[in-house]
Design a protein around this ligand. Structure first.
Ligand code: SF4
Length: 228
């Protein structure tokens, strides 16, 4: 299924709007993909995204319950006004401390298995940054749950991951403030699995297309000169 969803954003439409947490995940994978989805509002469903939706539909049931002393909140809305980001966490566990406080522990559900890139970790870390601003509590770690392996992978929010998350937020803010979609950079591993491959056409839009445009322009100019 493909859908060219809503109209692309206009210059002042995003003013004051927070950056969606899901955009950060896309931005780590490919900044152009994030711009095509969240700025130009293009979306192409493929098997990978469809599986992800099914997983999130089951995770997105709002609710709260207590399991072995841990408060578990599903589909929790998050925001960090200071950073200008917002979204929804699949699950946040509030783990009790001895002093009566609770330490938030975000858990994000993902299709497939753990990946080589850090897109999932950045999205989770952004959730932690929101939870820290919202609760005033440090959030030292969280977990990614992968449907294929049915296992949680603990993600420590160390300095390196936090720095990458802040950089990704800055990159995405630049895309929204300039309304510029970055040019494609073809990467076999990422482009082949990308749901936007047919819309992006990274091999066509890149160098060959530029060369073709230059050749056509040169032909037109020489025709014009010949007709003067
Ligand atoms: S096809 Fe490649 S360059 Fe284009 S949006 Fe997808 S990952 Fe990015």
């Amino acid at each position: 299924m493909s859908a060219a969803a809503d109209a692309p954003l206009q210059a002042d439409e995003r003013d004051g709007d927070p950056i969606p947490l899901s955009a950060l995940q896309h931005a780590v994978y490919c900044l152009r993909q994030a711009a095509l989805i969240h700025l130009e509002r293009l979306w192409e469903e493929n098997r990978f995204t469809a599986e992800g939706h099914v997983l999130h539909i089951s995770a997105d049931k709002m609710g709260e319950r207590k399991v072995r002393g841990v408060r578990r909140v599903m589909a929790l809305s998050l925001a960090a006004k200071g950073l200008g980001i917002a979204g929804v966490a699949d699950l946040v566990e509030f783990r009790p401390n001895a002093d009566g406080t609770e330490t938030p522990y975000p858990v994000e559900y993902k299709r497939g298995k753990a990946k080589l890139h850090r897109a999932d970790e950045v999205q989770l870390c952004a959730q932690a940054l929101c939870l820290e601003e919202m609760t005033g509590q440090a959030v030292p770690e969280g977990a990614l749950y992968y449907a294929e392996t049915k296992r949680r992978i603990v993600v420590p929010f160390d300095g390196e991951l936090r720095a990458l998350t802040h950089k990704t937020i800055d990159d995405m803010r630049t895309v929204f403030s300039t309304l510029q979609t970055p040019p494609p950079i073809f990467r076999t591993d990422r482009c082949r699995a990308c749901s936007l491959l047919d819309l992006c056409r990274p091999k066509t839009v890149g160098k060959p297309a530029r060369r073709w445009r230059e050749k056509m322009l040169a032909t037109l100019l020489s025709d014009d000169e010949a007709n003067v």
